[in-house]
Design a binder for this molecule. Sequence first.
Ligand code: MG
Length: 346
Amino acid sequence: MELHWEKLHLVMRYTWRISRDAASTKQNVLVRLRYQGTEGIGEAAPNIRYEEDADSVIAFLQKAEPLLRKADPWHYQDLLDEMYALDPGQNAAKAGLDLAIFDLLGKLLRQPLHRLLGLNPEKAPHINYSIGIDTPEKIQKKIREAPHFPCYKIKVGTENDETIIQAVRSVTDRPLRVDANEGWTDRETALRRIEWLARQDVEFMEQPLPAGRLEDVAWLRERSPLPLIADEDVKRAADIPRLAGVYDGVNIKIMKSGGLLEALRMVHVARAHGLKVMLGCMLETSIAITAAAQISPLVDYADLDGNLLLAEDPYQGVEVAQGRLLLPDRPGLGIMPRAEVTAASS
Ligand code: MG
């Protein structure tokens, strides 16, 4: 296979702020793999939380290039495991290659990926719309601009959490999912805030405490009126067994797992441990969002809206209708450059 890459410079619709940082632009990496005249595309959305940026992604791609040059994409299980072993981290870069391989295979077989995986697109779930930390006025404006979503995911983990939720509740009575992104430092504070949130029609609470504090999370779960979902505490399938009995569910993201192959393993490992399964995302274009959406018929909750938070998405793939994911029928991941879509319809 022949490997090519380029940086994607993305601009956010609004500055994206969570408990630990804020960004108004984002650099992702577009990955192209060519094999026998067909091209598969993938995307790496690096996250500074996991010591990744566009340059570290490219450094990993350079390391993987000799392996890919002589590899047979049909032996992708071995190939991806060899790739995983090249570096203990850099999962976004691994995901970029994994996505390009699955896109390529679907195109070679002329079938959408969800069909190859035996998944029913009609079972694709609805998604929530994410609201970053902001002033009450901006938060209300963002919700009014996105009225078609059946629920919203609200970022907290600040001194002003109650103000944020009250601002949301003054404009919508839809269910909320709440994510502290490790923002609360002690379990007593976390419990008090969760008890308050439980009275505001909240469906679940994501990553209340910093990663690695499993004893505190177990203490919290015994007392919490809301289900607790792990995000920063889980990246790969091997992280899951120790979370059983500590959390109620896991947030799987293809950029944390290193791609779809490991994400599928995670779904099954989580189910075997009686955990709920959520699919999440980073700030990504429709390439990575559509890739994750391909496996969404397997999950309970989908938080796949990173593309909707961009000022301009250069690609088109999965669509959202009344908050539900509509999987594309095209081969592979089913993605097209937006410029081509516009040209074809004009
Ligand atoms: Mg999260």
